[in-house]
Design a binder for this molecule. Structure first.
Ligand code: COA
Ligand code: AMP
Length: 630
């Protein structure tokens, strides 16, 4: 069957399609139905099933004779370490950590925060939670203590699992002081922490609260997988929305296992036993789905890579990893390829490696610009597949399904909707637009299995954020169009979310931080185009009258505040002081125009603007920091 047949079969009979996909999973209690629509527009999948994710990702492969296959390959150029962990070894490690958590009182439904760098123990931690039905919430290491505290208060974890440090090129990032600060900032206090001591930096442990990972797991009694209901939350992953408060995306257990397993062959075209590599971070959804769960559930070997595409030690590091471990399918963000291309535009380093095993490169997380795609195609000689998805969906909503049928690639498009996704482009009134017309991208409800059923502790926010603007649809927050052949084009966000080096960030959250500065009267943050990172945040600050501090000092304070309160990953480095912000007569800040000015693009003067002269002032201010230059 080709793509169109598979897509139509799923549309015509989703029950049959997803129950068949569910046959590839080991169930404790097999689902009798796929979709449960009695609470529409809130939908649930495989509600009457019982299953365990860790069993499907680890134990069943050992039982099936894959025990000696590598489950995880760890390659860390920043610590000069390499290691291989077989499925049998992974089972022992996961069962021990799960045992340690259980002995300390963690039971089904308890939350556990994981704050760890890219080491195999981060995967062990996720799987150990899944083994006992604990709900993990991984927090990306590049966030500051304050962001961690916000997540602690929302998820109210019984335990926190953390590494003593992460390694960024040229510096060791001590996680433990950040963790201690976060716990002291948060109202909720975890009962205990388990700390993985890394030799690069030994953390001091708080007596009675913090336990050493190695010590506690070496004495713990291993535990087996326990069954959970199909709709049990597998994890919570916080992502940026319009305001400073992150959204806790909930992942339902059974749908997650079924859908991820389906994508591994049908989209990524790998067979069990082959090596699949997603160069991302466990803190992001790509890391959850395609470093941890997807490959392991499907019986693939996954790679935990602790390094950067460039500088660790050079722009050939990705090629070395692909060659050394015979990677079949590789997945990363376009920004990583832009970084490599900038260092090695002629691809000279690629020629040093044998990449004959590689079958395809998948890109996602941000718009894949044509130059990068063409360069990657030329250099690697394999299909370069742009595909589109979100933390909320958990796996691709639009892609080129190489395992079903390699569709013609259209550069600039993440190709076509995946089975289960009825993607439409809507006008402001929620009416479907004809092919080629730009509008809001929405997916007709229900979404397929594994997608978010709700937000943690925030059902109202879930309904308001995603289901209200276009009744009967899920609002993606992206804008774009679909062409005559059904190919999707993602053009922009419709909200205040920006995408910096593949990291999803909220300009609203940054504005909240700037507004907290005592000398800031008003502010705006926009995402300006950046040739490496796709977008970079750029701040506009109006200061209070009567301050005796210089504009330079206030800007420097603001840059430091965003780094301290959100984290280095926000990459907030530029801001200008202006007398006033451009607004409509009703007082709405015209951020879209500010982006166009910063990017030196043409713009139409908005009819509603309060005072057109202000745009020249903005332009002049931007010129002083190297923007709006032509
Ligand atoms: N822990 C602590 N700090 C971190 C961190 C982590 N896990 N990850 C990033 N940071 C810090 C970096 O050290 C940097 O700090 P600096 O301001 O002191 O230099 C800052 O956060 C920004 O990091 P990053 O966005 O990674 O920029 P970079 O300049 O270090 O590297 C790229 C640029 C393009 C090489 C890098 O962004 C990259 O590899 N991107 C791929 C993105 C990706 O995998 N996205 C996931 C979605 S698929
Ligand atoms: P995240 O939830 O961090 O995965 O970010 C999801 C957002 O990233 C989407 O809503 C898009 O705005 C953007 N995005 C992801 N993949 C693509 C893609 N292939 N092309 C364009 N934008 C993308």
């Amino acid at each position: 069957m080709g793509y169109k047949d598979v897509f139509s079969a799923c549309k015509a009979d989703p029950e049959k399609f997803w129950l068949e996909a569910a046959d590839a999973i080991d169930w404790v209690k097999k689902p009798t139905r796929a979709l449960h629509a009695e609470n529409a527009p809130l939908y649930e999948w495989f509600k009457d099933s019982e299953v365990n994710t860790c069993w499907n990702a680890v134990d069943r492969h050992v039982e099936a004779g894959r025990g000696d296959q590598d489950a995880i390959i760890y390659d860390s150029p920043v610590t000069d370490t390499k290691a291989r962990i077989t499925f049998s070894e992974l089972k022992v490690q996961v069962a021990a950590l799960a045992g340690a958590l259980a002995e300390k009182g963690v039971t089904k439904g308890d939350r556990v925060i994981i704050y760890m760098p890219m080491v195999p123990e981060a995967i062990t931690a996720m799987l150990a939670c899944a083994r006992i039905g604990a709900v993990h919430s991984v927090v990306f290491g590049g966030f500051a203590a304050n962001e961690l505290a916000v997540r602690i208060d929302d998820a109210t974890p019984k335990a926190i699992l953390a590494g003593s440090c992460g390694i960024e090129p040229g510096r060791v990032v001590e996680y433990k002081p950040l963790l201690d600060e976060a716990i002291s900032l948060a109202d909720h206090k975890p009962e205990f922490c388990i700390i993985l001591q890394r030799s690069q930096c030994l953390a001091s442990l708080v007596d009675g609260r913090d336990f050493d990972w190695t010590a506690i797991t070496s004495t713990a009694k291993p535990v087996d997988c326990i069954p959970v209901s199909g709709t049990h939350p597998a994890y919570i992953l916080y992502t940026s929305g319009t305001t400073g408060a992150p959204k806790g995306v909930v992942r339902p257990t059974a749908g997650h296992i079924v859908a991820l397993n389906w994508t591994m062959k049908n989209i990524y075209n790998v067979d069990p036993g082959e090596v699949f590599w997603a160069a991302s971070d466990v803190g992001w959804v790509v890391g959850h789905s395609y470093i941890c769960y997807g490959p392991l559930i499907h019986g693939n070997t996954t790679i935990v890579f602790e390094g950067k595409p460039v500088g660790t030690p050079d722009a050939g590091t990705f090629w070395r990893v692909m060659q050394d471990y015979d990677v079949k399918t590789f997945f990363t963000a376009p920004t990583a390829f832009r970084a490599i291309k900038r260092e090695d535009p002629k691809g000279l380093l690629i020629k040093d490696y044998d990449l004959s095993g590689l079958r395809a490169l998948f890109l996602a997380g941000e718009r894949a610009d044509p130059d990068t795609i063409l360069w990657a195609q030329d250099q690697l000689g394999v299909p370069v597949i742009d595909h589109w998805w979100q933390t909320e969906t958990g796996y691709p909503a639009a892609a080129n399904p190489l395992g079903i049928e390699a569709m013609p690639v259209k550069i600039g498009s993440p190709s076509v909707a995946m089975p289960g996704y009825d993607i439409q482009v809507l006008d402001d009134g929620g009416h479907p637009l004809p092919a080629g017309e730009l509008g809001a991208i929405a997916a007709k409800l229900p979404l397929p299995p594994g997608t978010l059923p709700t937000l943690w502790n925030a059902e109202d926010r879930f309904v308001k954020s995603y289901l209200t603007t276009f009744p009967g649809y899920y609002e993606t927050g992206d804008a774009g169009y679909i062409d005559d052949d059904g190919y999707l084009y993602i053009m922009a966000r419709t909200d205040d979310v920006i995408n910096v080096a593949g990291h999803r960030l909220s300009t609203g959250a940054m504005e909240e931080v700037l507004a907290g500065h005592p000398d800031v009267a008003e502010c705006a943050v926009i995402g300006a185009t950046d040739t490496l990172k796709g977008q970079l945040p750029l701040g506009f600050i109006c200061t209070n009258t009567g301050t005796d501090r210089t504009n330079e000092d206030i800007v420097a304070d603001c840059v430091a505040r965003v780094r301290e309160q959100i984290g280095p990953v926000a990459a907030f480095k530029h801001a200008v002081v202006v007398d006033r912000l451009p607004k409509t007569r009703s007082g709405k800040i015209l951020r879209g125009i500010m982006v166009k000015i910063a990017d030196s693009q043409d713009y139409k003067m908005p009819a509603t603007i309060d005072d057109p002269a202000i745009l020249d002032e903005i332009k002049a201010a931007l010129k002083t920091i190297g923007y709006a230059s032509h």
